[in-house]
Design a protein around this ligand. Structure first.
Ligand code: SME
Length: 161
């Protein structure tokens, strides 16, 4: 049974991640359905930080296919190597984009998106999901987000081994 998130108002982003991540862990621990867990993780991040778009792309053959997300409607399929998400998949690395207009080949799903962070999620050492967060503010993501979102991803990875 899900309960409301308990978040202290006015905390820094880092402190909010510290409060949030154990709650997400509790939220997914008794549920083994991947889509259900990804949907709640996207909702929890949206509720906590209010970013423009938060969601998952799922690796299916040679493409990423849109999975659970919160925010404006988005592109449904992205080829390997294309855009920020396809590049993170191909190069197996997280990417922080301070200004999406400066990233060659960036795929603009929403004209409101100004900065972005994309992180791969692994299953048996292969990328199986991509976590993508978009902000309507320039330069909104840093290594702090990367560090805590990686923690979140480790929780997802433990569910999908
Ligand atoms: N901007 C991404 C596409 C996905 S949307 O931002 C939701 C990219 O360049 O891969």
């Amino acid at each position: 049974m899900a309960e409301d998130l308990k978040l202290t108002p006015g905390l820094s982003r880092e402190q909010t991640y510290k409060e949030l991540i154990p709650q997400i862990e509790a939220l997914v621990c008794n549920e083994n359905d991947l889509v259900a867990n990804l949907a709640n993780i996207a909702a929890a991040l949206k509720e906590s930080f209010g970013f423009l778009w938060i969601g998952f792309y799922i690796v299916k053959e040679d493409e990423l296919v849109l999975g659970p997300f919160q925010g404006p409607v988005a592109c449904t399929r992205i080829k390997k190597g294309k855009g920020v998400c396809g590049t993170a998949w191909m190069e197996k690395r997280s990417i922080i984009v301070p200004d999406v207009d400066q990233f060659p080949g960036h795929i603009a799903c929403s004209s409101q998106s100004k900065s972005e962070i994309v992180l791969p999620v692994y299953k048996h050492e292969e990328v199986s999901l991509i976590l993508d967060l978009d902000s309507d503010r320039l330069n909104d993501f840093s290594e702090i987000d990367e560090q805590y979102l990686m923690e979140l991803i480790r929780i997802v990875e433990r569910k999908i081994v």
